[in-house]
Design a protein around this ligand. Sequence first.
Ligand SMILES: [Zn+2]
Length: 228
Amino acid sequence: MDFEIIKNGYLECDKGFVTLGRDMGKIVKIPVYCFLVKHDKGNILIDTGFSKNFEQTWNKRLKYYKPILEKDVVEYLKSIQIDYIINTHLHIDHCENNPFFKGAQIIVQKQELKFARNPKPYQKLAYPDKIEDLNYKIIDNNLDLFKDKTIKIIKTPGHTPGHQSILLNINKKDIFIAGDACYSSENLKYFCLPGILWNPDKIMECYDVIRNLKDTQIIYGHEEVNQA
Ligand SMILES: [Zn+2]
């Protein structure tokens, strides 16, 4: 199995959106990632990032978050057939390129799709203006995708109602793709909430899950990855 970390770019924003209550007013750049997993049974893209058209599509969001595009993920992957997309959640910086991967089945939690289609006012700007009808595989549980323990989808609600994280076993190495279940190691260290959230208690439960992972590389939602 191959695993590739693809850096879509950055979001420039107030750090108060990342670590609520810490360093508010400070402007930071946080990375946005997608992940490609090549498995015998298909190619999987975990999250699809923000699109190159963000200047048209982000509208009012641009006041708070400024995308800096480093790699157009669609262009970068144009020669690869993507069979599955797993969205950690449907915030715009994690799913905006979904419609461009024709033929991919999109694995998303039932609660997430429901919320994304009709977000509460406090999360409205975090989701795309319209969630398109695509080829969804809607799940409502944890899922061992190929029943071989290599790609395990784990429900981690809190940041959003239907957030999910992915535990990969790549060539015997465990890698936990947290998504926005935890933005950064600083959030984990200081029990810091993200600026956008749905349920703080459930976020803290997710942090406990992450703290209890043993011998696992943790990839946080918006923290630079050290690629050793
Ligand atoms: Zn998010």
